[in-house]
Design a binder for this molecule. Structure first.
Ligand code: 13P
Ligand code: SF4
Length: 324
């Protein structure tokens, strides 16, 4: 942001968000760039994005982009997926240190060990994995399509990497297949407990409950609806849902879109005001407007991957997009 000032020569740091947003808009046109953002991003980031979505929608969108630059407001594995789908484009991650703790729990070596133990099993990787892990996976999935993908693939035995919460959801829904879960989890979703949900339910006895499948099994078992961020958004804002208020157990960023789409309903997320701690992904929230501006201006923080990794990681992602 160096050198950028407002009309009164105030440095950019003290200039309001509006000017920053205008500067980003200008840069986007000048540089032929598009901004993609996940639902967990801060509201001001969702507002400047050309497209906001869940992991599956963002991966799909990344295949349709015709600009030279993609600024990916999300965590590292999402930027990697966009790069794998668009190897010739510049994919920039405004906060290069924004990783996903769950994705980092599964290493290629550990997955290979499981493959050795279960040689007939297919490896199904949640997109929340590194590109390295994708290179040894048979197919990818997201929380929006995991059930459909596992129903459709020919294997009876599945090594499911890395989320044991999503593995539980799939095992409940898909009959006749053996799911071998990897011991990974999302430290933000998995720390939400049954007692916390009981507390919210006691306070709002008439509110139906929607939860993300990254929550623990006992929380999923108490829910009226289990779904990905986009599925929760659709369910909670629908006019078909007969409720004045609804309890949603996922990252707080999704509340912004819910209120935008259907402001008549009250969306109760875990927050200290509700008597339970925030469900908050610090990595997702580490992206700021200032970082988007600087990244785009300097075309820095580019995602790079060896061509061999791109080639091998492309196959399971493409398979997923074809099947879902
Ligand atoms: P979605 O697939 O629902 O976008 O979730 C991604 C994620 O990281 C949830 O924690
Ligand atoms: Fe990863 Fe959890 Fe953050 Fe989603 S919420 S990006 S799974 S750490």
């Amino acid at each position: 942001m160096q050198g950028l000032t407002d009309k009164n020569s105030r440095p950019m740091e003290v200039v309001n968000y509006r000017q920053l947003k205008e500067e980003i808009e200008k840069l986007k046109k000048e540089k032929n760039a598009v901004i993609l953002a996940h639902y967990y991003q801060r509201p001001e980031i969702q507002d400047i994005a050309d497209f906001v979505g869940d992991s599956l929608e963002l991966a799909r969108k990344a295949t349709e982009v015709d600009t030279e630059i993609i600024v990916f407001c999300g965590v590292h594995f999402m930027g990697e997926t966009a790069k794998v789908l668009n190897p010739s484009k510049k994919v920039l991650l405004p906060e290069p240190k924004a990783g996903c703790a769950m994705a980092d729990m599964a290493t290629k070596e550990e997955v290979l060990k499981l493959k050795e133990k279960y040689p007939n099993a297919w490896v199904v990787s949640y997109v929340n994995t590194t590109a390295e892990v994708k290179t040894i996976s048979d197919i990818c999935c997201t929380s929006a399509n995991a059930v459909r993908i596992i129903e459709k693939i020919p294997s009876e035995e599945i090594i499911f990497v890395p989320d044991k919460g999503l593995a539980y959801h799939v095992s409940k829904k898909v009959k006749g297949k053996k799911i071998i879960p990897f011991e990974g989890f999302c430290p933000d979703h998995y720390l939400f407990t049954k007692n916390m949900l009981l507390k919210l339910k006691e306070k709002y006895p008439n509110a139906p409950v929607g939860v993300h499948p990254e929550t623990p099994p006992e929380v999923q078992d108490m829910a009226d609806f289990v779904g990905s961020t986009s599925q929760l958004l659709k369910w909670a804002t629908s006019d078909q849902l007969d409720a004045q208020e609804v309890i949603i157990i996922t990252e707080i960023g999704l509340k912004y879109q819910m209120e935008k789409i259907n402001p008549k309903r009250k969306y109760i997320f875990p927050t200290p005001e509700e008597g339970v701690g925030y469900l908050f992904c610090a990595q997702m929230k580490s992206v700021s407007l200032e970082k988007v501006y600087e990244t785009l201006k300097e075309e820095k923080n580019e995602i790079t991957l060896p061509s061999e990794v791109i080639e091998k990681a492309y196959k399971p992602i493409k398979r997923m997009l074809e099947l879902s």
